[in-house]
Ligand binder design. Structure first.
Ligand code: 13P
Length: 256
């Protein structure tokens, strides 16, 4: 059973959803419901164009606002991209990097993800680094190899001190948006593998302090069994973060 030596961290990745009005209404509902609660950390990741307004709307609340991606460069001829310093300017405090949709829809490489992690940390953003295997990789017994490669390269430039600003999200690609969730056993096995890897790359105290979120079809019906797993420290929620009705019961999960 999870004894929560690490503060649970529930994050909503809105992806390319909601309009300005819907985003503001949802943020306000979440703010009212969370109140001043600080026993669970909550963050939302709206589309980049809404970050500025949402960060101002949520100022003074414990809900943090982040970006869904950033460019691997600081500025220049990168049409369509947003740099990490620009995200900070807009009010973002953190950023999701290496999401499977970036890796598999937009062809982002492990090396690019590593460069983005460097950019984000240099700009002052905390990072959620996503890793996870495709279904065919799982079937071929390659889950650990894939996760290990993504982590080693993604964390390539990260110092021990910077690890305090980094969260890992394990998101098996086959469980994202499919309604199929990893079982608590499947999630637990990969989460403890990730913690062991980080211990090897850094040291035991850093690995113990690292928060590892699970992502992939998390909802109010499965959050308790997932959060009960010892090495699951939070959730990165997609579809079920798009309404207060679905997201609130997730961050109000109760293991008792
Ligand atoms: P779903 O919760 O919609 O499966 O999305 C998970 C995800 O990709 C979060 O980053």
């Amino acid at each position: 059973m999870n004894d929560f030596v690490r503060k649970p961290f529930i994050a909503g990745n809105w992806k390319m959803n909601l309009d300005r009005k819907g985003a503001l209404e949802l943020a306000q509902e979440l703010r009212e419901r969370l109140g001043a609660r600080t026993d669970v950390e909550v963050a939302i990741f709206p589309p980049a164009v809404y970050i500025d307004e949402l960060a101002r709307t949520l100022a003074g609340s414990p809900i943090r606002v982040g970006g869904q991606d950033c460019c691997e460069a600081t500025s220049g001829a990168f049409t369509g991209e947003t740099s990490a310093p620009m995200m900070v300017d807009a009010g973002a405090e953190l950023v999701i990097l290496g999401h499977s949709e970036r890796r598999h829809v937009y062809g982002e490489t492990d090396e690019q993800v590593g460069q983005k992690v460097r950019q984000a940390l240099d700009a002052g953003l905390d990072v959620i680094l996503c890793v996870g295997e495709l279904l065919e990789e799982r079937k071929a017994g390659e889950t650990e190899g894939v996760v290990s490669r993504q982590l080693r390269i993604g964390l390539g430039s990260v110092t021990a001190e910077e690890m305090q600003r980094l969260v890992v999200a394990y998101e098996p690609v086959w469980a994202i948006g499919t309604g199929e969730t990893a079982t608590p056993e499947q999630a637990g096995a990969v989460h403890s593998y990730i913690r062991g890897l980080v211990e090897g790359l850094f040291d035991a105290p850093i690995a113990r302090a690292l928060r590892i979120q699970y992502g992939g079809s998390v909802n109010s019906g499965n959050v308790v069994e997932l959060m009960a797993v010892q090495d699951v420290d939070g959730a990165l929620v997609g579809g079920a973060s798009l309404s207060a009705e679905k997201f609130i019961p997730i961050f109000e999960f109760d293991l008792s």
